[in-house]
Design a protein around this ligand. Structure first.
Ligand SMILES: [Zn+2]
Length: 416
């Protein structure tokens, strides 16, 4: 059965023609230009019936029409590289003029972005272009002497426009927080949690979730309840602290509050009782309460944070077992892990370095080094029995070598 995006306006299904079965997981998108002006369907038909060994998964016409060609579960012949096309969904885009700088109409561009958003969503691809073959966005000229995808699309890739527009479509727009001056609470919270958890990945994964919940603000009242209760964060907090808003009201109002947006009545009751003489929005109190929860009702999450081998692993444990919002999709997991990664990059340097790297000795005779954490990734080189390496990141049973050579299965190693 063929697989095509639901966004297609037309299909010229290549069937088994000018393609091969796909042997790799889709991790890339390769954008090409037609070097001419055409509708998607006309270009697909020309490829299909022509004598050239050329095909693509999708064709986007000058008026923005999207035509499916080679089914996504098959490898198209587009980029002069079997290695690339086995991993990529390839897209031919019409130009609006058949000469340099190979411009592209706004309609074609908008359809291209919509199609890329759909592909990224379905294959969990984070769009990125830096000019490396390892990026998720690649181009034909990396593999052959060609002008493809033309100066205009190249400029949009290099300037980050395409990456930004796809991210925006995914709801993952580079959030302003990344550029905002650092909130002094951040460093404080990092140190506080690192003291207890002792694992930079765990702290980063937890903080990313807290950021998503409250913006790291202990006086944060769930936005929808600011309206419903007719109070701002500050008014609500002040009234709880003065007792004007009673303990009973606080517990039973179903409004998320604080760093972790505690919502359920028994958790809000515990928080209220835990504070003692301290104010309800006291940062240290809320951090202590958070650790208390992790230490009692959520020990499995606490253990996961201490043992996590990546920000993603820690963040996902918090999302699915501690915060448990309605949306726990892969998209949401990636988004929260991205927040966590931001804190990791900012703070793990000193505190996390001794945790992030450790030595292992190879116990297998010959052990494959792969491009990524899994046997589906290409073998880049091998290492040998008795050799000692530094591991800087762990995903599942795979460890990443500090040298950048790739990943090895830690089952065939012992800690030194
Ligand atoms: Zn091309």
């Amino acid at each position: 059965m063929s697989t095509f995006s639901p966004l297609c306006d037309a299909l010229v299904d290549f069937g088994l023609n000018k393609s091969n079965s796909r042997t790799e997981i889709v991790t890339k998108i390769t954008i090409h230009h037609m070097a001419g002006v055409s509708s998607g369907e006309a270009c697909a038909r020309a490829h299909r019936s022509g004598s050239r060994d050329a095909s693509a998964n999708y064709y986007i016409g000058n008026s923005g029409d999207i035509c499916g060609g080679v089914s996504e579960d098959r490898r198209a012949w587009t980029s002069s590289s079997a290695w690339n096309d086995q991993r990529a969904i390839t897209i031919e885009v019409s130009n609006s003029k058949a000469s340099a700088p190979w411009p592209v109409s706004d309609a074609a561009y908008q359809s291209l972005i919509r199609l890329c958003v759909d592909i990224c969503r379905r294959y969990n691809i984070t769009p990125h272009y830096s000019g490396s073959k390892d990026d998720s966005l690649t181009v034909h000229r990396m593999y052959a002497a060609t002008a493809c995808p033309g100066d205009t699309i190249m400029e949009w890739l290099k300037s980050g426009r395409i990456e930004r527009d796809i991210l925006a479509g995914l709801g993952m727009a580079a959030e302003p927080v990344i550029d905002k001056p650092t909130d002094p609470r951040e460093a404080y919270i990092w140190r506080y949690l690192f003291d207890k958890i002792g694992n930079a990945y765990g702290v980063a994964g937890l903080m990313g979730n807290l950021y998503a919940e409250s913006g790291l603000r202990p006086d944060n009242l769930q936005n929808s309840y600011e309206k419903r209760l007719g109070m701002t964060d500050q008014e609500y907090t002040a009234k709880v602290n003065s007792g004007e808003y009673s303990k009973k009201q606080f517990i039973s109002d179903k409004a998320g509050y604080g760093l972790a947006q505690w919502t359920y009545w028994s958790r809000k009751e515990d928080l209220y009782n835990f504070r003692g003489e301290r104010s309800i929005d006291c940062l240290e109190m809320q951090l202590d309460f958070l650790l208390e929860e992790l230490n009692s009702a959520y020990t499995h999450v606490y253990r996961a944070l201490k043992a996590a081998g990546s920000v993603y692993e820690a963040s996902t444990a918090v999302l699915t077992q501690y915060e448990r919002p309605a949306d726990q999709s892969e998209h949401m997991r990636l988004k929260r892990a991205a927040y966590g990664q931001m804190y990791y990059d900012r703070y793990a340097g000193d505190a996390g370095s001794h945790k992030a790297g450790y030595l292992v000795r190879v116990t297998a005779g010959v052990l494959n080094v792969r491009k990524g954490p899994g046997t589906s990734f290409e073998v880049t080189t091998t290492v040998h029995k008795g050799e000692v390496y530094t591991i800087v990141q762990i995903v599942g049973e795979w460890g990443q070598l500090k040298s950048g050579a790739g990943w090895i299965n830690l089952k065939y190693t012992e800690k030194v």
